[in-house]
Design a protein around this ligand. Sequence first.
Ligand SMILES: [Zn+2]
Length: 205
Amino acid sequence: MSYAQRKIKQEIIIPPYEARSAVLKPGEELVIIDVDGKQVGDFVCFNKQDPKEFVSPVHMRASLSSIRLQVGDPLYSNRRRPLMTFAEDTVGKHDFFFPACDYFRYKVDYDSDDHPNCHDNLKLALEMYGLGGEPVPDPINLFMNNVLNDLGDYEINEPLSKPGDFVRLKALEEVVIACSTCSQDMAPVNGWKVTSLKMQIMEAN
Ligand SMILES: [Zn+2]
């Protein structure tokens, strides 16, 4: 069954410079929509039953032997188990190499003391499920468009996502997820401005 035929259980808008969290049961699906286009979403995922297990980009790179995220790929945890699968994608370009932007990114690189950042926004959103005290895992940066050149160097370009583009993720376990609208407005990461994302949780079959 395509996701369009499924029933929406919950819809959550993530405003600019903020993050939101949710719980998914096994079989439920999460659609993350780039409402206006060119907006990166920093995404993290915990095993709800044991939050010491979480989706881990470094383990994903090893288990997939790749830095490219493709439809059908499992999202592997720090225990090398899949917690979700990457089920659908209308863009084809994402990142799971870079960390979330954080206080130090804006302090060190821009001398700003009070710029919003994904790390703190994710931490705040995770408090709702009692995970605000846990270290924030490295994210999957949905829609982020970094380009690796022949020398192995990265260049960060504007996202390829257009208004309405989306990814769909299927939960394999009961998971707590959080996603932030990346706060970076001083680089091409989000096309120089921060806009909303929308999450839809679809009922299981
Ligand atoms: Zn960010």
